[in-house]
Design a protein around this ligand. Structure first.
Ligand code: AMP
Ligand code: GLY
Length: 424
């Protein structure tokens, strides 16, 4: 079959890498992809949010399945676009419907959904510029730090955690005043939860579900979890504190009520649910829902799944996921992101990347995140450039492998965290 994968990051290179292993795949297209996906698939230059071009491409190239990597096309309704088009209806889209994607697209929607279905999450209230005074009064009832969340998609920048009450009020005012554009028309204010975070991924056909290997993301730029938030500087799987007792609670209190809640509300969901969880003294709470896989978590989760991913996606489309079990690879995986110096602030790009073709890349996979290539070589093309995943019999060995392989790769102003996984 022919598959079209939408997106261009490390997550998409990892998805392409895994899809490509399936004997069922004839042609794999990635739009727009990067230099890494160009090596294993056929990159296409159109944007994932340009639905009309996606449609023309699917029809012209006889695409049999569309896999959506990032949230934006989902939140904009690509699933419904296919469903509502008689020529496209027969092509399964792996990802939730427009309404399902609002679990990520609107923090207020997600919080209200959790409240309706008794899913553990921080207590909250939602405000608009019309209720600014009520918002200030609500902040006064909370203890610091204060958590403010722009309702809509804000490129990972919409969550503010502030210690000082006056500063929190000032920031709240600015967000409601349009700092994040429309995404900030509503703001969720919620209680701060103290604990350790992990990322749980669920693959569902809307009826049945499977929980995938658990990962931990390292969001802060600096070692020891310091400095500004990023898209993620590394990830580890498995996660030692996500043991059976914890995961049983996650399944009973969060995963099942989420799937049942979607069903009860007739929200079509055939794809990944990403639960951003926090472990508060052994009890799981939902920090956020995402409607896609995580990046860089995908770069450690997929190498730990033995199943044919195309077969799983076919079962998602058919509603037969209950006929399959997830076969976990016992190896541990650690991925370290190589970023452009300056990221997540201003950085330069266009530097040549050396060492990508070293022969010793055994038990390691170099996933491209923001790269481009031409006849002369491969160049940096964004903030998070590569994600190097190492595999090993445990986290320590996987870590060693990742850092060893990274030592062979270089580009100007390369930055990476040296402590990914060392806390586990
Ligand atoms: P997000 O941009 O939605 O991934 O959120 C960024 C980060 O903010 C999360 O990964 C958490 O570390 C933190 N965060 C969000 N909500 C809370 C909360 N209620 N309590 C503590 N930390 C939070
Ligand atoms: N690594 C976090 C995310 O993908 O949102």
């Amino acid at each position: 079959m022919n598959i079209l994968l939408l997106g261009s990051g490390g997550r998409e290179h990892a998805l392409a890498w895994k899809l490509k292993q399936s004997p069922k795949v004839e042609r794999l297209f990635v739009a727009p992809g990067n230099a890494g996906t160009a090596r294993i698939a056929e990159n296409q230059s159109f944007k994932p949010t340009d639905f009309e071009t996606v449609k023309q491409f699917c029809l012209a190239f006889n695409v049999n399945m569309v896999v959506v990597g990032p949230e934006e096309p989902l939140v904009r309704g690509i699933y419904d676009f296919f469903q509502n088009d008689t020529a496209l209806q027969r092509i399964p889209v792996i990802g939730p419907s427009y309404e399902g994607a609002q679990l990520e697209g609107s923090k207020d929607f997600a919080k209200a959904f959790m409240q309706r279905h008794n899913i553990p999450t921080a207590s909250y209230k939602t405000f608009t510029s019309a209720t600014l005074n009520e918002a200030f009064a609500y902040l006064d009832t909370l203890t610091p730090p204060y958590v403010l969340k722009a309702d809509g998609l804000a490129a990972g920048k919409g969550v503010l955690i502030i210690n000082d009450i006056e500063e929190a009020k000032q920031e709240l005012h600015e967000v409601l005043d349009g700092r994040f554009g429309e995404a900030g028309n509503k703001v969720v204010i919620e209680a701060f939860l103290k604990g350790i975070e992990c990322s749980v991924f669920v693959l569902t056909d809307g009826d049945n579900y499977h929980i995938l290997p658990v990962a931990k993301d390292y969001k802060r730029m600096g070692e020891g979890d310091t400095g500004p938030n990023t898209g993620g500087m590394g990830a580890v799987s498995p996660v030692s504190f996500a043991d059976k007792t914890f995961m049983d609670k996650v399944e009973q209190r969060i995963v099942i009520p989420t799937i049942e809640g979607l069903k009860a509300e007739k929200i079509v969901y055939k794809g990944f649910i990403f639960l951003g969880l926090i472990n508060v003294e052994g009890e799981p709470f939902v920090i956020e829902y995402n409607c896609r896989m995580g990046d860089p978590e995908t770069e450690v989760v997929l190498p730990r799944i033995c199943n044919d991913l195309v077969t799983l996606f076919e079962a998602v489309a058919l509603g037969t996921l209950d006929n399959h079990t997830i076969i976990e690879d016992p190896h541990a995986a650690v991925t370290v992101v190589l970023a452009s110096g300056g990221y997540p602030g201003a950085y330069e790009k266009g530097f040549p990347i050396n060492g990508l073709d070293k022969p010793s890349l055994k038990d390691a996979i170099v996933f491209h995140a923001a790269t481009r290539s031409d006849a002369s070589g491969v160049y940096t093309d964004g903030g998070r450039v590569l994600s190097v995943s190492g595999l090993g019999c445990d986290v320590q060995h996987a870590q060693q492998r990742a850092y060893e392989v990274m030592g062979e790769i270089s580009f100007a102003k390369m930055y990476y965290r040296k402590d990914i996984g060392f806390d586990l």
